[in-house]
Write a protein that binds this ligand. Structure first.
Ligand code: DOR
Ligand code: ZN
Ligand code: ZN
Length: 428
C-alpha cells in the first residue's frame, strides 16, 4: 500500500502539522516531514479530524433499498467525513436475529466506503413484547453491542429492565428512542404555540422526558448502561444532567437538525421538516447546544433517515418522518457549535468521533491522530461556503431540510484505514 502525506493541516484545529500515512496506519505526525515517495495532499488552512463516527444511521437494507442501501448509505457517510456508522435495526426484516445483523455487517465489509456496525433490535420485530436474541447477536460475526428499537420506544418498563440487565453480560448498551406512545398518538409536530395555530396534533415534550426519566432510573437500579437517542427538549437535558450528576451510566446524543431547526418551519407545511422526535422551539435548540458544549450531551448522531420522494412529497399528515443527514452533519455542527464559539475543533472531534466510538465500544475508530493509530481521518475545509444541492448527494434519498441553504465547511478528504474514500470532496 502507498504512502500519503497530509501537509500543513491543523490537527484537531491546533498548530499546522504534517501527517504521514503508511498503509493502513498513521506513521508519523510532526513538522516538516519529508514526503519521499508519498502522495502529497496539500492541506493548508484545513482541519484534520479523526474519522467521524455515527451512532445512529438508517441504511434501510434489507427491505427498503428504494430509499437507501448499505452501499449508497456508506458512500453518503464517506462524503460526510464518516469512517464508521452504526446501522439501525428497523429494516425489513428487522435486525433482530444473528442472521440479519450478520447480513448487514457483511454488506458493510463489501462496501469499502465506511465501516458498518449493525445495531440489533431490543425486541422481536420491534414489537416491544419479547426480547430479541441479544446474546446471539453479540456472539455473531457482527459483534453487536448497541441494541435499539429505534423508530419505536421500548415502552414496557419490564422489557426495558430485562434488556438493560441482559446487555451487561457483554458490556452492551440499550439505545432508547424515548417516546411515550400513549402521549403521542396522532402527533404530527411539537406540541406548543405553532401546533395550536396550525391545528396539528401536538407531541408534548413530556412524552420524551417521562421515558428518559424512567430509563435513567432503571439503568441505575440494575447498574447498567443506557444511551438516549436524539434528545430534543430542554427538559430532557435537565434529566440527563441530573442522572450524570448521580454518577449513573447514562449517555445521550443530539442530531444536527435539532441543533439548528425549530418548529416555526412547520408553518410551511413542507414535510421535509417532519421528523421524529419533532423539531422543537428556539429555547430547546439553545439548551441542546449548551448541553453538547458542556458534555451533558455526549455526542452528535445524524439519525440519517432516507425516504423516497413519494413518501415525503405528499401532504403533511401522510408524510414519513425523517431527514437525511450524513452529508450535511459536519457543516451543521460547524455552523451551530463552532461558529457560535460553543465548541472548538477538538470538541468536534470529541463529540463526533471519540465519544460515539467509545459509547458503541467500537474498535479502531475514535482514536487520537497520532503515530501507530489506524489512519481513519477526515480533512475539512472550514472556510468553504456552499449551497446545499440534494441533486449532488451520494445518498439514494433527497429528503434534506437544508436544500438551498448556505452551510459552512466541506469535507475534502476522508481516509478509511489509509485509503482515500473521498478526494477533493468527491467519492474516490
Ligand atoms: O424521524 C425518524 N425517522 N425518526 C425515527 O425514529 C425513525 C426514523 C426512520 O426510520 O425513518
Ligand atoms: Zn428515533
Ligand atoms: Zn432513528
Amino acid at each position: 500500500m502507498s504512502k500519503i502525506l497530509i501537509r500543513g493541516a491543523k490537527v484537531l484545529g491546533g498548530e499546522p502539522q504534517d501527517v504521514l500515512i503508511d498503509g493502513e496506519t498513521i506513521a508519523e505526525v510532526g513538522a516538516g516531514i519529508d514526503a519521499g515517495d508519498a502522495t502529497v495532499v496539500e492541506a493548508e488552512g484545513q482541519v484534520l479530524l479523526p474519522g467521524l463516527v455515527d451512532l445512529h444511521t438508517h441504511l434501510r437494507e434489507p427491505g427498503r433499498e428504494d430509499s437507501e442501501t448499505v452501499l449508497t448509505g456508506t458512500k453518503a457517510a464517506a462524503v460526510g467525513g464518516f469512517t464508521a456508522v452504526h446501522a439501525m435495526a428497523n429494516t425489513f426484516p428487522v435486525a433482530d436475529t444473528a442472521g440479519v445483523v450478520e447480513q448487514v455487517w457483511r454488506l458493510g465489509k463489501e462496501s469499502g466506503y465506511c465501516d458498518v456496525q449493525p445495531i440489533g433490535a431490543v425486541t422481536v420485530g420491534l414489537e416491544g413484547k419479547q426480547l430479541a436474541e441479544l446474546g446471539a447477536m453479540n456472539d455473531s460475526a457482527a459483534g453487536v453491542k448497541v441494541f435499539s428499537d429505534d423508530g419505536k420506544c421500548v415502552d414496557d418498563a419490564v422489557i426495558m429492565r430485562r434488556a438493560l440487565e441482559y446487555v451487561k453480560a457483554f458490556d452492551g448498551v440499550v439505545a432508547q428512542h424515548a417516546q411515550e406512545p400513549r402521549l403521542t398518538e396522532g402527533a404530527q409536530m411539537n406540541e406548543g404555540i405553532v401546533s395550536a395555530e396550525l391545528g396539528l396534533g401536538g407531541w408534548p415534550a413530556v412524552a420524551e422526558e417521562s421515558i428518559i426519566a424512567r430509563d435513567v432510573l432503571l439503568a441505575a437500579h440494575v447498574s447498567s448502561r443506557v444511551h438516549i437517542c436524539h434528545l430534543s427538549t430542554a427538559g430532557s437535558v435537565e434529566i440527563v444532567r441530573w442522572a450524570k450528576s448521580k454518577g449513573w451510566n447514562v449517555t445521550a446524543e443530539v442530531t444536527p437538525h435539532h441543533l439548528l431547526l425549530t418548529d416555526e418551519l412547520v408553518r410551511s407545511y413542507n414535510p421535509v421538516y417532519k421528523v421524529n422526535p419533532p423539531l422543537r422551539t428556539e429555547a430547546d435548540v439553545l439548551a441542546l447546544r449548551e448541553a453538547l458544549a458542556d458534555g451533558t450531551i455526549d455526542c452528535v448522531a445524524t439519525d440519517h433517515a432516507p425516504h423516497p420522494h413519494e413518501d415525503k412529497d405528499c401532504e403533511w399528515a401522510a408524510a414519513a418522518m425523517g431527514m437525511v443527514g450524513l452529508e450535511t452533519a459536519l457543516s451543521v455542527v460547524q455552523q451551530t457549535m463552532v461558529e457560535t464559539g460553543l465548541l472548538d475543533w477538538a470538541g468536534v472531534a470529541d463529540r463526533m468521533s471519540f465519544r460515539p466510538a467509545a459509547i458503541g465500544r467500537l474498535d479502531g475508530h475514535g482514536r487520537p491522530v497520532s503515530a501507530g493509530e489506524p489512519a481513519n481521518l477526515t480533512l475539512v475545509d472550514p472556510a468553504y461556503r456552499g449551497v446545499v444541492d440534494p441533486a449532488g448527494f451520494a445518498s439514494r434519498s433527497r429528503n434534506t431540510p437544508y436544500e438551498g441553504r448556505e452551510l459552512p465547511g466541506r469535507v475534502t478528504h476522508t481516509f478509511l484505514r489509509g485509503r482515500a474514500t473521498v478526494v477533493d470532496g468527491k467519492l474516490a
